[in-house]
Design a protein around this ligand. Structure first.
Ligand code: HPA
Length: 277
């Protein structure tokens, strides 16, 4: 991807907003309605932004939303694009790169995941402590864009422990027992087979999904601190007799939204209180 594309996208976003955003938020499947919790909104549809691709998945709106959460300027992606839609990695990470050029220093990323950990249940919220990238893709393949970051980014703390700690504490304060675990990303778009889920469990994964990892890699390359929260929308394949469906995934994510919205909003407030943003 040329820097030119990132610059053009960023310039357009900056022409529509009136202040520098501090926090970026990616709202995953069924979680887009968090946008209702953002105040003084400016809404920019993806199709207006140069080089932004449209989402093709139900439950993903495809809008960039600028506004305030607890007095902190945020830029939220309401919907994301995925590799299984056929998009190249560089298009998938363009929004995070543009948000970074626009000023964000922290990225909250959210998704709907299948629960591999048998102690977890649909509706649980899980803090992503680490990931395993089994998608076969990496957005940094190709000549390194040295303006953005190093050739070989460190991923030792891909998910910032300090941000995760604040999330956990805010959860406790609101009587939500957030889980902690490892997210494994797969390409999709099929859900996994029960045999694949047994394999992923052996590998050390607690939850599985088809997103998140590209933007987390791009954010680490850019030096942005990341926090990840997964909404566990279903038992992963084979744990229960039922089949998996996107409709069920969306319904559970939308139900979990209330607790999720409180935790995200209060975490942003706490980061401000602690002087982290
Ligand atoms: N597998 C992969 N992706 C998912 C799942 C799942 O079980 N649930 C929500 N996204």
């Amino acid at each position: 991807m040329s820097m030119q594309k990132i610059i053009e996208a960023t310039n357009y976003i900056q022409s529509k907003i009136n202040a520098k955003p501090k926090i970026g938020i990616v709202l995953g499947s069924g979680l887009g309605i968090y946008a209702d919790h953002i105040e003084n909104k400016i809404i920019i549809p993806f199709n207006e932004i140069p080089h932004f691709q449209r989402t093709t998945v139900e439950g993903h709106e495809g809008r960039l939303i600028f506004g305030d959460v607890k007095g902190v300027k945020v830029l939220a992606l309401q919907g994301r694009i995925h590799a299984y839609e056929g998009h190249p990695m560089e298009d998938i990470v363009l929004p995070v790169r543009a948000m970074s050029m626009a000023g964000i220093e922290i990225l909250f990323t959210t998704n709907a995941s299948g629960g591999i950990n048998e102690k977890w249940a649909p509706g649980d919220l899980a803090i992503i402590d680490d990931h395993i990238n089994l998608s076969g893709r990496n957005p940094l393949v190709g000549p390194n864009m040295a303006e953005l970051g190093p050739r070989f980014p460190d991923m030792t703390k891909a998910y910032d422990p300090e941000l995760s700690k604040v999330l956990k504490e805010v959860g406790k304060r609101h009587h939500v027992d957030m889980k902690n675990g490892v997210y494994v990303s797969v390409l999709g778009p099929t859900y996994e087979t029960p045999a694949e889920i047994r394999m992923l469990r052996v590998l050390g994964a607690d939850m599985v999904g088809m997103s998140t990892v590209p933007e987390v890699i791009a954010a680490n390359h850019l030096g942005i601190k990341v926090a990840g929260v997964a909404c566990i929308t279903n038992h992963a394949a084979g744990i229960k007799p039922e089949k998996l469906s996107h409709a069920d995934v969306k319904v559970v994510a939308e139900k979990a939204m209330l607790g999720f919205a409180t935790i995200l909003t209060e975490t942003i407030g706490e980061l401000k209180h602690l002087g982290i943003v």
